[in-house]
Design a protein around this ligand. Structure first.
Ligand code: GTP
Length: 236
């Protein structure tokens, strides 16, 4: 299937590149260049980005911090990443809008579904910051939620591995990759694609998930040109 409008989920950790913390400008610029190509190919792109390169709410809780407080810090971290990505895309001449689930309107537009769709129709990349705006929800859940709200054809989950395997390919070299898998099979086999909240929201709303390696140059462009990249999770 050729996708017309997609939601790209990027992990915050991926932005670190080889660093221990923060944002690697080279990685950011590679992402921006790749996103520019797909936009130039006429695909509408919305983006949700994580914040784990700066702060993870769950980690805060592990250190004795209040979970909600930690999650708020994580949400702000996604806004920092969103601003960085916006800037990198604008350096490439891509029109963008950043919309946040928590209002920081001196910095970015508040999230308004209709406005987001209008931006997408005009060929602007829309970056959604601050997750869902609620604690206890992951940015994967935010990605699925926004994808459904803006009627995206699929959610593209950029990861470090190039798809879904029978077992963890980083631990087991005999692991086999699936090209296609159904939501039900993922659950039956106990495979991990996203957290359960995000996964079931996707399944219930028939939103296909494509897991692929975002760090391999050209992968995003190839995937959106119809090449078999990564693993597709859907209902067929
Ligand atoms: P259309 O006119 O509908 O095509 O959209 P537009 O985004 O160009 O129009 P708008 O006048 O809403 O926005 C102009 C600029 O102001 C854009 O760069 C927006 O991102 C920015 N903008 C709009 N609303 C806000 C806001 O609440 N806060 C911030 N910081 N910027 C905003």
């Amino acid at each position: 299937m050729q996708y017309k409008r997609v939601l790209l989920k990027l992990s915050g950790e991926a932005l670190m590149g080889n660093r221990q913390y923060g944002i690697d400008p080279e990685r950011l610029s590679e992402y921006a260049k790749e996103i520019k190509q797909v936009v130039n190919n006429g695909i509408e792109v919305a983006i949700v980005i994580g914040g784990g390169n700066i702060f993870r709410g769950v980690a805060g809780e592990g250190n004795g911090m209040d979970r909600v407080q930690g999650d708020h810090m994580g949400m702000l971290a996604t806004c920092i990443n969103g601003l960085a990505l916006q800037s990198a895309l604008e350096d490439e001449g891509v029109h963008t809008r950043l919309q946040t689930a928590l209002e920081i309107k001196e910095v970015a537009e508040p999230y308004i579904k209709r406005k987001a769709i209008r931006h997408l129709e005009k060929g602007r990349v829309v970056i959604f910051g601050a997750g869902t705006g609620n604690p206890y929800f992951t940015t994967d859940t935010a990605a699925v939620l926004r994808a459904i709200e803006v009627n995206a054809d699929a959610i593209l989950k950029g990861t470090r591995v190039d798809g879904i395997y029978t077992s963890d390919p980083e631990k087991n070299k005999d692991a086999i990759k699936f090209e296609n898998i159904t939501f039900k099979e993922v659950l039956d086999k106990g495979l991990k694609v996203m957290d359960m909240t995000a996964f079931t929201l996707s399944e219930e709303n028939k939103l296909p998930i494509i897991v692929f390696d975002m760090n391999k140059k050209g992968n995003l462009v190839k995937l959106l040109s119809g090449e078999k990249i990564g693993t597709v999770v859907d209902n067929q």
